[in-house]
Ligand binder design. Structure first.
Ligand code: BTN
Length: 256
């Protein structure tokens, strides 16, 4: 029998000891023509990158990887693959946690355990080519398995810190790939609707008062829904609905 850490069909693992950022390695490979499903995993990163130019603390024992996709769809649809990956991360984390622990998705692509962030994702897209399709999309994902940083904009945690098993990073990756392959196939066959439903069933702050920090301003209101393309719909106090496509969500209910 194959060890559980073998990646499923359609994925190819490149395992490195230490790199600046797996997203940078993946980008170089994508530009050189690496196939869809190529995964770059590193045991540590010296310059791990988070969204909005922030740093991703990358200590050994946690999982850091970047998955190269050739999405065969326009950029506007490809971001939906981020939701497929977020649901896959949530399912993967849940498998390694006690059953009664809540694993939620925080818009757009974070995963929370016990209200704190256990995983984040950095999506980076290449140029568009034939038929306006993206030439490549990189999903860079970090999952805190054994440790987490203390000083973060949103409180962080790790699987071990929430009573989970200290699983080897490559084993967690293999499970993620299985769940991601499942959701990508559903998305290809049936569109965004079932994926949207799966994401919403784990959504943090849905129907609650939230804050969304944009580039230069902060909006608050009720997190009403995720629209059919993945935008967050916020109902403001003045009754206006605002669709948000990029920002950081803060949940007053989680004490963040
Ligand atoms: C975020 O939460 O803002 C996104 C964090 C993404 C971190 C991962 S770790 C693997 C990959 N390589 C990077 O440099 N960043 C992503």
């Amino acid at each position: 029998m194959k060890p559980i850490s073998d990646l499923p069909t359609g994925f190819r693992l490149i395992e490195l000891d230490s790199v600046a950022s797996t997203n940078d390695e993946a980008r170089t490979l994508a530009e050189q023509g690496a196939a869809d499903g190529t995964v770059v995993l590193a045991h540590t990163q010296t310059a791990g990158r988070a969204r909005r130019g922030r740093q991703w603390v990358s200590e050994a024992g946690n999982l850091f990887f970047s998955l190269i996709l050739r999405p065969e769809c326009p950029a506007s649809d490809a971001t939906q693959l981020g939701f497929a990956a977020a649901v896959a991360v949530a399912e993967t984390a849940a498998r390694h946690l006690p059953e009664d622990v809540d694993v939620l998705c925080k818009w757009p692509n974070d995963v929370l355990v016990g209200g704190r962030k256990v995983s984040g994702m950095l999506l980076e897209a290449g140029p568009t080519g034939k038929d306006d399709n993206l030439e490549w999309l990189i999903l860079g994902i970090g999952i805190n398995i054994v440790s987490h940083p203390d000083e973060t904009p949103f409180p962080a945690t790790s699987l071990a810190g929430e009573g989970g098993s200290s699983v080897p990073p490559v084993e967690l990756l293999a499970l993620f790939c299985r769940r991601f392959a499942h959701w990508r196939a559903v998305w290809r066959g049936e569109g965004f609707a079932p994926l949207r439903h799966a994401w919403l069933s784990r959504a943090a702050g849905l129907g609650e008062q939230i804050e969304v920090r944009l580039e230069t301003t902060t909006l608050s209101g009720t997190f009403e829904e995720l629209d059919g393309h993945g935008a967050l719909v916020l109902l403001q106090e003045n009754g206006r609905h605002v669709k948000i496509t990029a920002g950081d969500v803060f949940l007053p209910s989680a004490g963040s």
